[in-house]
Every structure is written in C-alpha cells, then in structure tokens.
Design a protein around this ligand. Sequence first.
Ligand SMILES: Cc1ncc(COP(=O)(O)O)c(C=O)c1O
Length: 375
Amino acid sequence: MKPPAIGTAELRDLIGEPIDRLPTPSVIVDVPALRWNIGEMAAHAEALGVALRPHWKTSKCAEIAALQVEAGAVGLTAATANEVAALAAAGFADVFWAYPPVGGPRVATAISAARRVRLIVGADSAASVSELGEAAVAAGTIIDVRLEVDTGLGRTGVDPDNAVRAAREIAGTPGLRLEGVFTHEGQVQGVGADAARRTVTGLAAGRLLADVAGGIRNDGMPLASVSVGSTAGARSAPTVEGITEARPGTYVYGDENQVAIGTVDPEHTAITVLSRVISVERGDPVLVDAGIKAMSADGSLHGDGRIGTVVSDHGGVLAMGHEEHGFLRGASGLRVGDTVRIRPNHACGLSNMHSHIVAVADGVVVDIWSVLGRH
Ligand SMILES: Cc1ncc(COP(=O)(O)O)c(C=O)c1O
C-alpha cells in the first residue's frame, strides 16, 4: 500500500504558492539570502587569493553545491561516506573528504569515488590511511591525502610537533600521495562573541598551519594545499600568508549560533523551520508543531538552552521540545493555526534531519530540493 504522507512530488504542486500553504514543520531556505551568502563568500575568497571549497555538510543539496561551484568554488568538502557518494553521483568533479577514511566501508567508498571524481581524503596519521593505501595499490590507483593538523580545536589532527613525521609516513605509504595539510579551526567559534579574540584565534590557527606546511616542505615534501575551514574563522585564518584554501560550511545558510556570536547578520541567515501553532491552552508557552524531530539537537550559543529562535514579528524562543511539540516562550499575539518561522541553532545538524528543503523567495515557494547523502 502506498503511504499517504505528503512527499516531494506533492510538495512540487505548491511551487508558486505562498509558504503558509506548506505542510508544517517544513525547512524553508530563502533563496535571495542564500545567493547573497554564496556570492559574498566567493568574493571574499577571491579578494584574498585563496581557493574556496565549501563544506557541503551544511546543505547536502546538489542545487546549492551547483550555485557554489558556479560562483567560483574549486570543489566541495564532505564529512561522511554518504556525502562523498552523493557528490560523486551528482557529478561534482572535485571532492575533499575531510574525515579519516577508517574501516572497510569508508575505504570502499573512497576507492569507488576516486574512479569518478578527483578525490582527496583527510587523515592525521599513516595508521588511519594504511588500509586505504593497500586498497589503492590493489585497485592500481593513487589517492591524494591531506594531513590534518590540530591547530587548537583538540579533535582529530596531528600535534604540530609531530606533523613532519606523520607527513613522511603518509608520503611513504604505497598507493598514497601527500597533497597538502588542513585544519578545522573550530576553536574560533568556541571563543564566542568577542570579535577581537576571534580574530587573534583565527590568525593563530592559520599561522600555525602555515608554519607546519613550511616545516614539511623544508623536509623535502611538496604540498599543493594549505587549507583552513570554518565560518567563524573565515575572516581571519585564510588571510594568513601561505594559506591556499578556505572551507567554510555554515556560511551558506547562517544560523542562530553564528548570529549569537556575531559572525553572521540576522538578515543574511537563509534557513528557518516553518511551524504552526497547535495549542495556546498553556498561555506561555505556546505549543507549535516543531519539536526536537524538526529542530537540531545542537545547543545554543546564547547559553539559555533554547532550541530555536522565532524570526517572525511575534518574537519568542523555542525554549524546549518534545518529539513533535515545541514550547514557544515569550511570543505574543499567536493563535491556533498561525505560522511562525524558527531559526535553528545549527544549520548543518538541521539539514541532516530532513529529506528535502523548500526554496522560497519573497514568501513564495520556488522549488523543492532534496537533501542528499544523509547520515
Ligand atoms: C573539517 C571541517 N572543515 C570545515 C568545516 C566548516 O565549518 P563551519 O561549519 O564552521 O563553516 C567543518 C565544520 O564542522 C569541518 O568539520
């Protein structure tokens, strides 16, 4: 029996209609804001003379990747095997998989994707690419590897003091070629709303990575790419001499956490969840149909535990959620059936939870885009 749920095909019938006619909750992407973000970051990278390779995990939409490439991106960055496979299947030619290709299934994805795209994989040690090297030799191919350097986030990434040794080991592994170095300077976002400290932190990350690249080159290993990547660090880290590439992701939508720390202006955020008021019986909170299954579980950098922020005139914050129930506090004048638009704390987490997004312009549905390569 065919399930009666509204799917992408039925949603396409709403193209040209006002967004209030959409089923709720629906993820809404404002196309003029999206295009502004894509154009502005492309111009920023061009002015710095660095390549732009946006992290695709934020949107997972082929249509958005195409806009980014059209605006000058040299390629895209991916985190998961499904994202890599989806980009390859969608015909994008140049993919950096910024995640250690550890385990048989990831190795298989890398080998298969490398047949279709120019693939670079990220790793912080020879151990995490040894299986890939063996598979590349067996497949008669050579895979490019970027060495991940920890410039302060404290996640994956080789300690800078050990980078030359790790680079030598990777460069010496049959089936692999050392292509460059990279870092995700997520510590810049961690600094929060202090713009001056963010700049200092981003510059320090860029300088450290450029120094590490210099040390590896001095040891006799050529490097094509020295790549930094984050939205909060996009105005500082790639400005450092020697950085060749920037990989911001969240910038394409912006989100409430970027607004909270001041790295994205509210008017340039492109993503919201359209939600409907389902009950006003409590007074405050008002109950809406966007609960935790519609919003991302990422915490708020406002520090008040909210899971979303209302952008409509009614105001208020989505203070908490059950699965399908959102608890809106501080909103005014809402009645049952009214719609509100709620900005998520974190855009990338939100995208992964939805099978499609609704592209809108001036409050009208203009397209339905699939979210690819989820999970
Ligand atoms: C390896 C890597 N590069 C780039 C990015 C993009 O950072 P942002 O989402 O802050 O733009 C991320 C985000 O988590 C990442 O993990």
